[in-house]
Design a protein around this ligand. Structure first.
Ligand code: ZN
Ligand code: MN
Length: 138
């Protein structure tokens, strides 16, 4: 028990660093990006440790994981429900400042498919930067 203590504290520090990195950005980074940032603070941290702590933070409801099928998961320091815009060109994920539509959940429940705990909504298109680039290229 005595021997376990330093290790526990270390885990807690790693987790705190990972959470702080994620909370300080709105780019919805990949685990690799978080890993690179974490190494600047804890040089000997491993990618496995980053993944493990991201899993724990997700289970604790501190962060959200955004899964887009075939591509790598992206992580969100804001665990509260909100919508995203995804750029099909560069992969940028932006928060959409619009209210979450609770009425959609009511509507889904009313269809009798069972309980609805939450919903996710993604809007796909081009980000302003990629849109400008495409307009310039004609
Ligand atoms: Zn883009
Ligand atoms: Mn977000």
């Amino acid at each position: 028990m005595y021997q376990n203590k330093p290790r526990m504290q270390r885990m807690t520090k790693q987790r705190r660093v990972i959470l702080e990195i994620l909370r300080s950005t709105d780019i919805h980074p990949t685990a690799d990006w978080i890993y690179a940032k974490a190494r600047e603070i804890i040089p000997d941290i491993s990618l496995g440790t980053v993944y493990r702590n991201l899993g724990i933070l997700k289970a604790q409801g501190e962060i959200a994981e955004l899964n887009y099928g075939s591509t790598y998961s992206r992580y969100d320091g804001n665990p509260h429900p909100h919508y995203h815009h995804v750029c099909l060109e560069c992969g940028r994920i932006a928060d959409l400042p619009m209210p979450v539509r609770q009425d959609l959940e009511e509507e889904a429940r009313a269809k009798g498919c069972g309980s609805v705990l939450y919903h996710r909504l993604e809007f796909y298109g081009l980000c302003p930067q990629c849109q400008r680039k495409r307009e310039k290229e004609g």
